[in-house]
Design a protein around this ligand. Structure first.
Ligand code: 3H9
Length: 706
């Protein structure tokens, strides 16, 4: 064993006749310019070294390579570019072996596909997730993966962005062998020695034969192209992935690589790539604050939940899934049984769909305990209240929790709107109280608003973030106000939608425009799904404090008064005959709207899709700027995360703040000022928006400062 070279990001060391090239670039061995340069240099040097018979590529730390360096996208490319590095690896005259462990993703997997042989450790995750960043595999992946695994499997891998386990990758033909060894170096050396012992030489993926039946492969590409067109709703990179795979079949390898490069550069330049990369980092930035990093969370082993309704049961499932023992408290045996049944039903469905085994369900349910007395919560480290949305009810629950909880236990409320400080005031320890606002279904939705009250202690907040980490949720810190970040802003842009509805746009036109922007559903479909009674209750609660200068559109109330609460009652803004989930337009709703317009003295006018989208987004962005200005949200990108992970904002647009920056804050402000001519009470430009737009700055400049 001799040292051969040590070049930093990738270093080379000889183990007898095997040169081991280790990529060592924390945190995840992304392929930054320095890694690419070192890797290429090590491969080149090995060619000339008579003592080297084979080259082994591995990663230092937990991962092989997590892909290209995402932070470099959008900056001028620095040579050597990754496709060239991969080509040099493949061209090696000496066999190159990659040992895959941890993440072998994107460009990382492409490096491995350019190697001549691949061995994977248990726990390795292989994938080409570029599509999630608005890209396609641009270092030969679209040409090499189909040659190894066939067109259809490669398309599925690239279009889904999913990760394959080592076993699945072996079955798919992406790797040649699995190793039981836990140490990548030992595994890689052992496999390389086996290869050398049988005289294995270079074996280039460019020559692999899985695409031999061109007609069959082209038929798969054609069928996938049709499906992509139908299902990806305006996404830019999926169609280009399909084109690149078509090139893999129709063109010679080097020409296919050139086609891939051209398509990759188109994706790289697209605003969708910018939006998706912004979303990637925004989600990881929500936990970055010096206060959080300096504070240790409290002990977090046992969870208590008060309330077994939809939210309580969903939160229980999330906690059970993460391995926590959970105690659920309800007011009587019957309510408790309903709560337990809700939890069990989620697991039964998962077993029915084959997502978990019956044993796994039993193991999770074994961690669940039900009780009808608050005393059962006396050993819980964190108790989450999820009862009826009423201040007095919640205060009564917190008074009980104050009595039974052990010292230092964190007390959380899942309220969506109410004042955390008033809830905390029902206890003797408001420092232990915070809001944990889950989104429904709580076991699925990723977002968790961590609402910090006036007296909430830093380690209480840190415990909320720790819970999110353990539940694999995305936590966003929020301050106290009616609706926190998400629901507060939602109320305002929903109001803008209601005003357009009264002024002439039908709810169906508004929904269609919002869907055309990229949302999976429009605000009225959403209201029907959530249940119109929920919004109605909020409107009634707010009625006494409503600003009389603000216009109030009564159309939703007219529907609620008829008991039309949406899907659960068979009609709302849409009709749902016989329990249908897809709503049909309802002429009676249109007649009610007409009557309301007449009552309000409105002469209906026409709106284009663009008019609708601009007003809807302007209202959202303006209120988001207020939320930021008042310190309810810490940074613009946190608001983006709330809307991306909690409200269906199209991810490729990066969130409302990123979107505002992309169209220009001056344009947004000009729109708002234009609308203010009609209705100055509603359309008041946010001071922060004015300040940024007039000084030529954008929201992103505040992210950097946060
Ligand atoms: C590509 O490869 C294009 C090529 O086809 C063509 C090129 C020509 N770059 O997620 P974590 C950071 S596209 C830069 O919290 P985990 C991340 O920001 C790429 N940075 O950890 C975070 O930083 P910080 C295709 C990256 O253990 C830290 O690493 N690859 C990159 O939960 C830890 O990350 C992908 O899309 C990167 N590629 O998960 C894979 N990756 O500490 C993207 C991560 O400052 N990455 N960082 O906040 C992942 O899926 C996950 O990060 C991974 C680890 C599974 C690897």
């Amino acid at each position: 064993m001799t040292d051969r070279a040590s070049t930093g990001a990738a270093s080379a060391r000889r183990y007898e006749d095997i040169l081991v090239v280790t990529i060592d670039h924390p945190p995840v061995n992304a392929l930054s310019a320095s890694v690419r340069a070192d890797l290429a240099a090590a491969i080149d040097a090995a060619q000339a070294d008579p003592q080297v018979r084979a080259i082994l590529l591995m990663g230092a730390g937990r991962n092989f390579i997590a892909g290209a360096d995402i932070r470099e996208f959008g900056k001028p490319p620095q040579p050597p570019i990754l496709p060239d590095v991969c080509n040099r690896i493949e061209a090696s005259a000496k066999p190159v072996i990659a040992v895959l462990h941890g993440a072998a993703l994107g460009g990382g997997l492409e490096v491995a596909l350019a190697a001549h042989y691949r061995v994977a450790l248990a726990g390795a995750k292989l994938g080409l997730p570029e599509v999630t960043l608005g890209l396609l595999p641009g270092a030969g992946g679209t040409q090499r993966a189909p040659r190894l695994m066939g067109a259809q499997a490669a398309l599925d891998l690239m279009l889904s962005g999913k990760h394959l386990s080592a076993g699945a990758a072996l079955a798919a033909g992406l790797v040649d062998a699995l190793s039981n060894d836990t140490d990548p170096l030992d595994a890689g050396l052992a496999y390389t020695r086996q290869l050398l012992a049988v005289g294995a030489g270079p074996r280039r993926t460019r020559d692999a034969g899985a695409l031999a039946d061109k007609a069959a492969a082209l038929a798969q590409v054609d069928a996938t192209a049709v499906q992509v067109e139908r299902t990806t709703r305006g996404l830019y990179s999926p169609a280009r992935i399909v084109e690149a795979v078509r090139a893999a079949i129709e063109q010679p390898f080097d020409e296919g690589l050139r086609t891939e490069r051209a398509l990759f550069l188109q994706c790289l330049d697209s605003p969708q790539r910018a939006g998706l990369v912004h979303a990637f980092f925004a989600e990881r930035d929500t936990t970055k604050s010096p206060a959080l990093q300096q504070t240790r969370p409290r002990r977090l082993e046992r969870i208590g939940i008060v309330g077994g309704g939809t939210m309580g049961a969903g939160i229980a499932v999330a906690a059970l899934d993460a391995g926590f023992p959970v105690t659920m408290v309800e007011q009587d045996d019957a309510a408790l049984e309903r709560g337990r049944a809700r939890v069990a039903q989620v697991y039964d469905l998962l077993v029915g769909k084959g997502r978990i085994s019956a044993e796994e369900r039993d193991a999770r349910m074994a961690r669940y305990t039900g009780a009808t007395r608050y005393e059962a919560l006396d050993d819980a480290d964190l108790i989450i209240e999820a009862v009826f949305e009423d201040l007095a009810v919640k205060q009564a629950v917190f008074a009980q929790l104050d009595r039974v909880a052990k010292p230092g236990a964190v007390l959380a409320t899942n309220t969506s709107y109410l004042d955390i400080n008033l809830i905390a005031a029902a206890t003797r320890g408001p420092a232990d109280v915070l809001g944990l606002h889950f989104f429904s279904p709580a076991n699925i939705m990723k977002l968790l608003e961590v609402v910090v009250g006036e007296h909430t202690a830093p380690d209480t907040v840190a415990t909320g973030f720790e819970l999110a980490r353990r539940l694999r949720k995305i936590p966003v810190r929020a301050g106290v106000c009616d609706g926190f970040i998400g629901n507060r802003i939602l109320a305002v842009h929903r109001q803008a939608a209601d005003m357009m509805m009264e002024d002439g746009a039908s709810p169906y036109e508004i929904d269609a425009a919002v869907r055309a922007f990229g949302y999976p559903m429009g605000p009225y479909q959403m209201a029907d799904l959530a249940g119109g009674d929920i919004g109605w209750a909020t409107r009634k609660r707010r009625a006494p404090t409503r600003d009389p200068a603000l216009r109030y559109v009564q159309i939703p109330d007219r529907l609620c008064e008829r008991g039309w609460f949406g899907q659960k009652t068979g009609r709302g803004f849409y009709l749902y005959p016989d329990g249908a989930r897809q709503g049909a337009q309802d002429p009676e709703v249109l007649a009610i709207i007409d009557a309301e317009r007449a009552r309000a003295g409105v002469t209906p006018r026409a709106y284009t899709q663009e008019d609708i989208q601009r007003r809807y987004l302007a209202a959202m962005i303006n209120e988001a700027a207020n939320v930021l200005h008042q310190g309810i949200a810490q940074r613009p990108s946190d608001i983006d995360v709330v809307f991306l992970s909690g409200y269906g904002f199209p991810r490729h647009r990066g969130g409302p703040m990123h979107y505002a920056d992309s169209v220009g804050l001056d344009r947004v402000l000009a729109d708002i000022r234009g609308y203010a001519q009609e209705d100055p009470a509603f359309w008041k430009p946010s001071p922060l928006l004015v300040q940024l737009a007039e000084s030529g700055r954008n929201f992103a400049s505040l992210n950097q400062a946060a």
